[in-house]
Design a protein around this ligand. Sequence first.
Ligand code: F6P
Length: 432
Amino acid sequence: MYPIGVIKKYIFAKNETYSSMKKENKLFKGKTLAILSGGGDTPAINSSIESIRNRASLVGYKVYGVRYGWKGLLGDGDIVDLSNQPYNGWYGGTALRASRTNPFPSKRNPENRVPQILNNLDKYHIDVLVTIGGDDTNGAAKRLYETEGIPVIGFPKTIDNDLRTGTMHHYEGQEIEAVLCPGFPSAARAVTEFAARIKTTAESHSRIIVLEVMGRDAGWLTGSAIYGGADMFLVPEFEITKERKEFFLETVREAYMKSPKKTLIIAVSEGVRWYDDDKGKVDVVYASSEVDEYGHPRFGGISGIIASEIDNKLGIDARAQITGYYARAGECRKYDRRLTATLADKVVDLLLREEYGQMPVLNKIVPYDELEEFNTSSIDMGKIGNMPLPDEYYDINKFKFSGAYDDFLSNILKHPRYIDFNYDFPVVIPEK
Ligand code: F6P
């Protein structure tokens, strides 16, 4: 167990009154909160760090940053002081740097490094840990909270947007369970812009472009390409069996023939499970079969396979483009900036109530102007897990996202980013 003295430190002394705290002026004076970010970077991590740091400082915490995720709490520790430091939350990525270190034993590293974590939390006098991450980082945090009693608060982060947040989307009388994680809004904007740019090249050459978008297990981000003018979509939630592949290729042919400019953009998630003619089974395409400490291999390359099958089987000129890190790199966009600030307000609420093992979430999907703390709550970190696209958002029979998903996206991105240039020039027939 985590040393009891350390756990007790954050609880007010019994005889402490509101006026004595007021005299001291700062509620948590003498206490230290450390922020850690794990897993892949997103454009909204620095914004999350800055927002949490600013608010925790206001209530008196000294704020540390743990560098390189869980790795920064191993060995001698790699801790920096964020209190009173300049910080630019608009800048993408994470100034605390990232790693996919798992403190618990894994296939890749069977060593249990939890004792090193406990040692460093004690050594650096860290009272509360805020973990910015997806399912992996926050899953490890939850285990440390449950098994060792470490006061942790999770903070959502993923461009894939597949971490269950219990955020409801109200659409035409329906209540759909959606997800909204910091990082997704900025990445969705980037995917939209990428698709919108590619569109002009695709049109110029009457080509089909197969656009590959990050998303190991879910198609949330792939869907955002509709705001960049994409026409068809494949997502990991629905596997493309032999029969479905034939139907998909037929649908592609028809859509291409019907399109006025003889062009299509097909957005596909990197984690799409596609029927492999040679293997005779459905499989994902790996960029590398080596797994990280959470057991994830690296995906990549499905767009090339689909493009060459369109080319070979349909005789239509098709090319692949991988959006890759373009989606998760670069500056934090406005929606994310406000979302992280709103969720950081809730972190302070959790700190004041001493509610640990919780993660702040948005209650319902709202446009930018309505992102406010009263629209937040927290969920038990044990419940977070992976969340696929709801059935209401995607139509496998048309390979398209629905009006409900479009409405979800309109709250976040406001409106599509591509412009249409429709022309129908009269053909000149030479005079005899
Ligand atoms: O964190 C999620 C993610 O964006 C996935 O969509 C993707 O498979 C993965 O990160 C790749 O991350 P990296 O290249 O850093 O291992």
